[in-house]
Design a protein around this ligand. Structure first.
Ligand SMILES: NC(=O)c1ccc[n+]([C@@H]2O[C@H](COP(=O)([O-])OP(=O)(O)OC[C@H]3O[C@@H](n4cnc5c(N)ncnc54)[C@H](OP(=O)(O)O)[C@@H]3O)[C@@H](O)[C@H]2O)c1
Length: 166
């Protein structure tokens, strides 16, 4: 249905969410038009190295949810972010969000605080060096903050909006 809407010019991009691993492998065998985006959990503790191999093959952009580890202090207070924050005059969350953009990710931090929203937009006037990106890469712990079950994903896959049933 999304592919038809795309071909008919009704939508400009196809985005999918959360169907990683064996699910994206299965989709890969079926899609005619590869999606332009996939929204998945990603942050320095879980930079989605495995999924990115498939995404790179098709030019699919990763959109990161929980980009700040859902606000986890142990991630935000990693010493490397403090050090880089002092160097660039930025907060640790700003350094993490800049890392996301340099990874090529579209990033959607969640905010209830207006000052944080302004800070999170103010990340375009500095650039992390390759060595700094490599240092941050060492934080990969393979840790997700959200672990959905197979049953949940199967439920999402089987779900049909009312208009599709008609
Ligand atoms: N597609 C999916 O299945 C899926 C699943 C989960 C989440 N999401 C989406 O992902 C987005 C982000 O998720 P999230 O909000 O849970 O996690 P997050 O963006 O990783 O973390 C948000 C936390 O970080 C804090 N924060 C943000 N900017 C900050 C700053 N500059 N300084 C200090 N603290 C800062 C926020 O506090 P303040 O509120 O005080 O700024 C909040 O406590 C949401 O839009 C959510 O809907 C999608």
């Amino acid at each position: 249905m999304l592919e038809k809407a795309y071909k008919d010019g009704k939508i400009k991009a196809i985005g999918i969410s959360n169907f990683e691993g064996k699910y994206i492998a299965e989709l890969e065998t079926k899609w005619e038009i590869a999606p332009q985006f996939i929204q998945v959990e990603a942050h320095p503790y879980f930079p989605q190295d495995e999924l990115r191999k498939t995404l790179d093959k098709y030019g699919i952009r990763l959109m990161a949810w929980y980009p700040l580890g859902h606000g986890d202090k142990s991630l935000i207070e990693e010493p490397i972010f403090k050090t880089l924050g002092e160097k660039y005059g930025k907060s640790a969350p700003q350094i993490i969000l800049r890392w996301h953009t340099q990874m090529g990710f579209v990033v959607i931090p969640g905010n209830k605080n207006v000052d944080h929203i302004k800070d999170n937009l103010d990340i375009l006037d500095f650039k992390l060096t390759d060595d700094e990106m490599a240092e941050i890469a060492k934080l990969n712990k393979g840790i997700r903050y959200y672990n959905g079950t197979e049953e949940q994903l199967a439920g999402y896959a089987a779900w049909q909006p009312e208009y599709e049933k008609a």
